[in-house]
Design a protein around this ligand. Structure first.
Ligand SMILES: NC(=O)c1ccc[n+]([C@@H]2O[C@H](COP(=O)([O-])OP(=O)(O)OC[C@H]3O[C@@H](n4cnc5c(N)ncnc54)[C@H](OP(=O)(O)O)[C@@H]3O)[C@@H](O)[C@H]2O)c1
Ligand SMILES: [Zn+2]
Length: 358
């Protein structure tokens, strides 16, 4: 039953009150926002757990694929319960169902969306990007088609880790690089959310995984997770050792760090191997070294997020017990700032989760 227009609840939310400046965390606010309205085909989810991503920091810095308008509720990753279904959502999981939200929102109208086999949407956006509200709120509006029911074996906090970091890592490894058991991989920036997810996914799939990190404690942590070797990205002797160990280079490198590690990525992959790029935290314009790419016949592949079907496979992996997302800490919504401080300082090991409700 639609609520009358004059009635609007206030929801607690974590949002960007403004963007840019020298101190992006000073743009962060926690407070009341009007409740979202699900348009036709959309649903309202009562969020129980959400997780942070580097994407939220980019938004606070004012970097976004869409023009930003404050206030913008942050957060790409939500798990919770279906609260309400808008019109035209027949077949969607009914209110009360536990769900994780696929946060990729395709426009539904561009040539790629209308093609018989949907391609990459020309106007793709995510939860937490304009014009959509984000996951770090008591209620979030999402396309009903993006609701993925959760089996009992997957708790809300684990589920909240999946839609961005784990989905991106999953697609990098299995869809874009096409890797399987016995392959070898180098993951750059071992401490990050995507990187940690990639290490865990490699281990469960029987892929030999090596990792770099600037930080000795994060390198040890990556080895505890199952990395066969780790080294500082500036340690050239260690990079040469990796070539010896892997018989001339790894089959694929997962690159999310960008400028700081691009040269190492091109040197570490075997001739004919693949470098998969999903991010550029340290800068997006490294020296391209095209000569190395063509002479060694490398494949450089871009990727972003993943499909609903890939998210369903991740949920099934968690339900089977084969994958358990690594959670650094869980903080209540009102204390979300402390998690943002840790993310900005790069202190976390694994995902930072915000408990929004029980
Ligand atoms: N395309 C997509 O769909 C997609 C999806 C998810 C994420 N991303 C992007 O991927 C990147 C990582 O995301 P995340 O959420 O995993 O971030 P995160 O948890 O904040 O991790 C940041 C990572 O960057 C590394 N790093 C930062 N500055 C560095 C530098 N100067 N030199 C070497 N390493 C550096 C850190 O590695 P160490 O501290 O271990 O050295 C750490 O691994 C972000 O840029 C994000 O926007 C893209
Ligand atoms: Zn589209």
């Amino acid at each position: 039953m639609p609520r009358p227009l004059c009635y609007r609840r206030v929801v607690r939310a974590v949002y960007a009150a403004r963007f840019g400046g020298d101190d992006p965390l000073s743009n962060l606010a926690i407070g009341g926002r009007p409740d979202p309205r699900p348009p036709a085909g959309w649903a309202l989810v009562r969020v129980t757990a959400a997780s942070l991503n580097h994407h939220d920091l980019w938004t606070l810095r004012g970097v976004s694929s869409q023009p930003l308008n404050a206030p913008q509720i942050l957060g790409c990753d939500a798990a919770g319960r279906v609260e309400e279904l808008g019109e035209g959502t027949g077949g969607a999981p009914p209110p009360g169902t536990r769900v994780v939200v696929h946060s990729v929102i395709a426009c539904g109208a561009c040539p790629a969306c209308l093609a018989p086999e949907a391609g990459v949407c020309h106007r793709l956006s995510l939860l937490g990007e304009p014009p959509h509200g984000g996951a770090l709120a008591q209620l979030v509006a999402v396309p009903a088609a993006n609701l993925v029911p959760l089996p009992d074996g997957v708790d809300d906090e684990a589920a909240a880790c999946l839609p961005t970091a784990y989905l991106t890592a999953y697609r990098m490894l299995f869809t874009r690089a096409g890797l399987g058991p016995g392959a070898s991989v180098l993951v750059q920036g071992a401490g990050g959310g995507v990187a940690t997810a990639a290490i865990l996914l490699c281990v469960q799939a029987g892929i030999e995984v090596h990792a770099t990190s600037r930080d000795a404690a994060k390198r040890r942590a990556a080895e505890e997770l199952g990395a066969a070797s780790t080294f500082d990205p500036g340690d050239l002797a260690a990079a040469r050792e990796l070539l010896d160990r892997t018989g001339g280079g790894v089959d694929a490198v997962l690159e999310t760090v960008g400028e700081a590690t691009w040269g190492l990525s091109l040197r570490s992959v075997r001739p004919g191997g693949t470098v998969v790029v999903a991010g550029a935290t340290s800068g997006a314009n490294p020296r391209a070294q095209l000569n190395r790419i063509f002479w060694r016949q490398l494949t450089v592949v871009g990727t972003s997020m993943g499909t609903r079907a890939e998210l369903e496979r991740l949920v099934a992996l968690c339900a089977s017990g084969a994958l358990r997302p690594l959670i650094d800490r869980v903080v209540p919504l009102e204390d979300a700032r402390s998690a943002f401080v840790a993310l900005a300082a790069g202190e976390q090991r694994g995902k930072l989760v915000v408990r929004v409700a029980h």
